[in-house]
Design a protein around this ligand. Structure first.
Ligand code: PLP
Length: 411
């Protein structure tokens, strides 16, 4: 029996009208005309809202949803999401300023990230946001800057847990890590601190990212609650907030399926019952890609079609410089294809031929889709890369080779 090759999850989040993909009710041609650009990212806010609704449908209502701006800091998107989420997680001073300017109250903004610079710590203290402290020296610096400014810094400790995520995905906790303070060290220092010198907010336990395995996430939540209970118990002052991290993934590659949040939510309900002291805290999830990645496409025009020794190349005006993660060079070990379509030929039958779509950079790494079966492509067709709403333009080397930067639109 021949094995059926794994396929991409169905990209059914956007409507199609007469074979034309519609983003926020606009065809790709219309968006190009509106922007006067032939290569762009388009984000559909209805899809973002739908993802937020999925979260709330399954996750207990006393767990707040924060958006991790790093996933997509496009300003119209941040502003659109502002009323839909209860806080923002920022990773730099620039993101902090975007969050504050959106009108999000400073108490609902938290700043996590290793190697924070003194100027960033200072700006965070002045702004009254919560600093997720990632090292003991960072803590000392925050206390000293607070004294200088006569302002108590608001501090939560980012914990590097001893447990490690059981499944693949990006591991950001367990073992030696640049993130957070090791839990065993926290057990030593927490009873000794002078809690008069700062406003103690709580703990941040972030163990990883892009996880599609329910069992692994459930396991991480069980470990997170057990650890949090111990931390809360040995801290001599009341804990206010417990940030449970995030890690929920979206399907990018063949064989991957959308995460079912129902069992994750059920398990969280049980954990809240099992740990009544923790259930009374302000509980937070901070999610990036789960909220925005499904809502974005990257569209480029096919500007040449050439055949080299029998293999067809769709040459486009887009590439790795706009979309590094799709090229496979943002953390993938072996390059796999994102879901891709010809956006003006939706529903058309795929040709038998496997084609490769590339960009204008002189490196074989500049591949948008490799050996994929797509409908017969013609010049001027739209090559669309789905699942592109997170870690797109701002995670790409836009200046590489001096081609124009990419445009963005939220519809
Ligand atoms: C501290 C922190 N929070 C949130 C995120 C967002 O992760 P994701 O976009 O996978 O949800 C990250 C990602 O690196 C992170 O480091």
């Amino acid at each position: 029996m021949s094995k059926i090759p794994p396929v991409h999850a169905e990209m059914n989040q956007f409507p199609v009208s007469e074979g034309q993909l519609q983003i926020g009710g606009y065809s790709l041609d219309k968006i190009a005309d509106m922007l006067d650009k032939q290569v762009y990212y388009a984000y559909d806010k209805a899809v973002v809202k739908a993802q937020i609704d999925i979260f709330h449908r399954h996750i207990p209502s006393n767990i707040k949803l924060h958006y991790a701006i790093k996933a997509n800091p496009y300003l119209p998107l941040i502003n659109a999401m502002r009323p839909w989420v209860e806080g923002f997680d920022v990773a730099s001073q620039k993101e902090m300023l975007l969050a504050i300017q959106s009108g999000m109250p400073s108490r609902d903004i938290s700043f996590a990230g290793p190697a924070k610079q003194i100027s960033e710590i200072r700006a965070a203290i002045v702004s009254g946001i919560t600093l997720h402290v990632e090292s003991e020296l960072e803590f000392e610096r925050a206390i000293n800057i607070g004294k200088e400014l006569n302002t108590k810094p608001i501090i939560a400790f980012r914990v590097n847990p001893a447990f490690e995520l059981k499944a693949s995905g990006m591991k950001m906790g367990g073992g030696p890590k640049q993130f957070g303070i090791d839990e065993e060290r926290l057990f030593e220092i927490l009873p000794e601190l002078d809690y008069q010198q700062f406003e103690f907010r709580g703990f941040h336990i972030f163990w990883g990212s892009q996880n599609l395995k329910q069992e692994a996430i459930i396991d991480a939540h069980n470990n997170t609650f057990a650890l949090a209970q111990k931390l809360v118990d040995i801290t001599p002052t009341p804990t206010v907030t417990l940030n449970l991290g995030g890690g929920m993934g979206i399907p990018y590659f063949p064989g991957e399926k959308r995460l079912d949040l129902a069992p994750i939510g059920e398990n969280l309900k049980q954990l809240l019952a099992q740990y009544p002291k923790l259930a009374k805290l302000e509980l937070i999830f901070e999610l990036g890609r789960f909220l925005v990645a499904e809502a974005g496409i990257y569209a480029s025009r096919i500007t040449d079609i050439k055949v080299s020794r029998g293999h067809t190349y769709l040459m486009t005006n887009g590439g790795l410089h706009h979309h590094l993660s799709n090229s496979g060079n943002f953390g993938q070990v072996i390059r796999k294809n994102y879901p891709v379509a010809i956006g003006n030929k939706m529903g058309a039958e795929a040709s038998d031929e496997k084609v490769t779509a590339v960009g204008p950079l002189c490196t074989p790494l500049d591949t948008l889709a490799d050996k994929m079966q797509l409908p017969q492509a013609e010049l001027n067709d739209w090559l669309v890369v789905f699942q592109s709403g997170a870690y797109g333009p701002t995670a790409s080397p836009q200046d590489f080779l001096g081609h124009p930067h990419v445009s963005e639109i939220l519809l």
